[in-house]
Design a protein around this ligand. Structure first.
Ligand code: NAD
Length: 528
C-alpha cells in the first residue's frame, strides 16, 4: 500500500484516479503549516501539491519514505528540486494542461482592452450611461505582436487570425518555418514593437526575458498601442509601463501577472483608468484544473506502480540498474546540452547526436533525453522535462538525429553534438574523466578539457601572449576568483578557445570589459 498526501486542493477527477486503486491510500490535508507538514510527511510515499505548499529542503529531508512529488501545474518554484534530486525523489509536473485556458484568458484581455469592457461595466452598473467615454477600437485589420511563440503564443496566433488580425511574432529560438506554419510573420523585436497595435508576451521569466519590455522598448511601440502580459510578472517593467501609460504614449495595458504577487492595493498601476487587471487567472478554469490534476495523478500513480516515469523534472525514465550505470553519462549529456545552448546563436533547427565507444552497447535514449532537456532548458525553463524534451524539440521544428559509431580513436566513450542554427553550425563533445566526472573535451574539433559546473567564461581569442595576464588582472580587480583555466587551439598563433571556471558570476559590465581586451574575439558567460 502506498500512502499519498495531497496538501493543496486538487480537482476530484484527478483524486479519483488515485482513490480508485486499492494500492493507494489518499489523504487530502490542505492548509498545513510547514511544521505540521514536516511532522506528517514521514509516513508518505508521494506528495501532490499545487502552488501553495512549499516543499523545502527541510520538508524533503524529513520525508524518509517519499519517492515522488507531483506538482499539478507547470512552475516548480515551490519545490526544492536540488534537495529532491539529492534524495532520489522524482519530481513531476504537468506542463501542458493549461495552454488553452491561458490562451483564452489572453484573448479575453485582448477584447476587454480593445472595448474598455471592465471600465464600462463598472460605470454602467453605477447607473451611468457614458457611451462616448468608452469608445473602443476593432481588432480587425490590426497587427498583433506576439513575443514568445511557444504553446500559448501559437494558440493565441491561431485565434487572433480568425479575428482578421495580422500576426507578427518574435521568438529567436523557434525555427522560422514552424512559426510560419501558424500564419505568423517572423520579425525582430524592434520591428514587432514598432508595427504592432497590440503586443502580448508569452515567454518564460528568465535572465534574458526579465524586463525585456522596459522604457526603451515601450518607447518603440506605436503611440496608442496596447500591451498584455499573461505570462509572468517582471517581463514588462512595471515602473516603465506606468510612465508610458501616464504620458499617453500607450493607450492601455492588461495584466494577469505582477512583479510581486499579490501586488499591494496601492500599486500605482491600479490607479490608472486604462489598465485592466486580473489576479493570475490564466490557468484558472475548471478544465485546466481538471487537466493538470488528471495529468499529475496519472503520472504519479503510474510511477508508484512501476509503470514508468513521465513528466519528470529531475529523473529520466529507465530501469534502476541501467540508471545507476548510465547516471554519470546522463549528467554529462545534460551539461553538454546546457553548455552548447548558451554558446549557440540563432534558431537551432538541427541536432545530431553522435555516441561512440563502449556506451553504444546500451540503450542511450536517456542520454538523448537529458541532452535535449539541457539544450532547451535555458529558453523554456520548467516546461521542458526529460520526458517531453525530444517530442517538444520536434514539435518546435528541430530535426533530431542520433547515430552510434565505433570507438573514437582518442576517447573510450564520447558524446558529440553538432548543432545547426540559421546563424551557425557548431560541434561540442564530452566524455567522462577517469574519476567519472563530465568534461567538455572538444569544441568545433579544438581540444579543451573543461569541467561543466558552476559559472564559466568561454572565449574565442587569438593565440598570442598576454591574454591570460589581462583576463586574470581584470577578474582580480572585480574580486572574481578563477578556479580553473583551460586552453585549446588548432595551431600556434591561430584562433584559440579559452575556458575559465569562475567562483562567481560576471556582470554584463565585466563581460563588456572582457570583450574590450586586445585579441579577444568573443566571450560568453555560461551558467551550468
Ligand atoms: P513554452 O515553453 O511553450 O513557450 C515559451 C516560448 O518563449 C518558447 O517558444 C521560447 O522559445 C520563447 N522564448 C524564450 N526566451 C525568449 C526570448 N528571450 N524572446 C522571445 N521568445 C523567447 O511556454 P508556454 O506554455 O507557451 O507558456 C508561456 C508563458 O506563459 C510561461 O512563462 C508560463 O509560465 C506562462 N503561463 C502563465 C499562466 C498564467 O496563469 N498567467 C499560465 C500558464 C503559463
Amino acid at each position: 500500500m502506498f500512502k499519498i498526501l495531497v496538501s493543496d486542493s486538487l480537482s476530484d477527477e484527478g483524486l479519483n484516479i488515485l482513490k480508485e486503486k486499492s494500492q493507494f491510500q489518499v489523504d487530502v490535508k490542505t492548509g498545513l503549516k510547514p511544521e505540521q507538514l514536516k511532522e506528517i510527511i514521514v509516513e508518505y510515499d508521494a506528495l501532490l501539491v499545487r502552488s501553495a505548499t512549499r516543499v523545502t529542503r527541510e520538508i524533503i529531508e524529513a520525508a524518509k519514505n517519499l519517492k515522488v512529488i507531483g506538482r499539478a501545474g507547470v512552475g516548480l518554484d515551490n519545490v526544492d528540486l536540488e534537495a529532491a534530486t539529492e534524495r532520489g525523489i522524482v519530481v513531476m509536473n504537468a506542463p501542458a494542461g493549461n495552454t488553452i485556458s491561458t490562451c483564452e484568458h489572453t484573448m479575453s484581455l485582448l477584447l476587454a482592452l480593445a472595448r474598455n469592457i471592465p471600465q464600462a461595466h463598472v460605470s454602467t452598473k453605477k447607473g451611468e450611461w457614458k457611451r462616448s467615454k468608452f469608445m473602443g477600437v476593432e481588432l480587425y485589420n490590426k497587427t498583433l505582436g506576439i513575443i514568445g511563440l511557444g504553446r500559448i503564443g501559437r494558440e493565441v496566433a491561431r485565434r487572433a487570425i480568425s479575428f482578421g488580425m495580422k500576426i507578427k511574432g518574435y521568438d529567436p529560438y523557434l525555427p522560422r518555418e514552424t512559426a510560419e506554419q501558424y500564419g505568423i510573420e517572423v520579425v525582430g523585436l524592434e520591428e514587432l514593437l514598432k508595427s504592432s497595435d497590440f503586443v502580448t508576451v508569452h515567454v518564460p521569466l528568465t535572465e534574458e526575458t526579465q524586463y525585456m519590455i522596459s522604457e526603451k522598448e515601450l518607447s518603440l511601440m506605436k503611440k496608442g498601442a496596447r500591451i498584455i502580459n499573461c505570462a509572468r510578472g517582471g517581463i514588462i517593467d512595471e515602473k516603465a509601463l506606468i510612465k508610458s501609460l501616464i504620458s499617453g504614449h500607450l493607450a492601455g495595458a492588461a495584466l494577469d501577472v505582477f512583479e510581486i504577487e499579490p501586488p499591494s492595493a496601492d500599486n500605482e498601476l491600479f490607479k490608472l483608468e486604462n489598465v485592466i487587471v486580473t489576479c493570475h487567472l490564466g490557468a484558472s478554469t475548471e478544465e485546466a484544473q481538471v487537466n493538470v490534476a488528471i495529468e499529475i495523478a496519472e503520472c504519479v500513480g503510474d510511477f508508484l506502480l512501476g509503470r514508468g516515469v513521465r513528466n519528470a523534472a529531475n529523473y529520466p525514465s529507465i530501469d534502476a540498474e541501467l540508471y545507476k550505470l548510465l547516471k554519470p553519462y546522463i549528467v554529462m549529456a545534460e551539461k553538454l546540452g546546457l553548455f552548447a545552448a548558451q554558446i549557440m546563436e540563432g534558431r537551432i533547427n538541427e541536432v545530431e547526436v553522435r555516441y561512440s565507444g563502449e556506451i553504444t552497447k546500451y540503450n542511450l535514449t536517456s542520454l538523448s533525453m537529458a541532452l535535449m532537456k539541457g539544450l532547451l532548458y535555458p529558453i523554456l525553463k520548467e516546461t521542458v522535462n526529460y520526458i517531453n524534451a525530444i517530442p517538444l524539440a520536434r514539435s518546435r521544428g528541430i530535426r533530431v538525429n542520433e547515430v552510434k559509431t565505433p570507438a573514437d580513436e582518442e576517447f573510450i566513450n564520447l558524446v558529440t553534438i553538432t548543432l545547426k542554427s540559421d546563424k551557425m553550425t557548431k560541434s561540442f563533445a564530452a566524455t567522462l574523466s577517469p574519476k567519472r566526472e563530465p568534461r567538455i573535451v572538444k569544441i568545433d574539433g579544438v581540444y579543451v578539457e573543461a569541467s561543466p559546473f558552476g559559472h564559466l567564461l568561454v572565449m574565442r581569442n587569438w593565440d598570442v601572449p598576454g591574454i591570460i595576464g589581462n583576463v586574470g588582472t581584470l577578474m582580480g580587480r572585480h574580486n572574481i576568483n578563477i578556479a580553473a583555466m583551460v586552453f585549446g587551439r588548432k595551431q600556434p598563433g591561430g584562433e584559440a578557445i579559452s575556458i575559465l571556471n569562475i567562483d562567481s558570476p560576471v556582470t554584463p559590465e565585466i563581460l563588456n570589459q572582457l570583450k574590450q581586451i586586445d585579441n579577444i574575439l568573443e566571450v560568453k558567460a555560461i551558467k551550468l
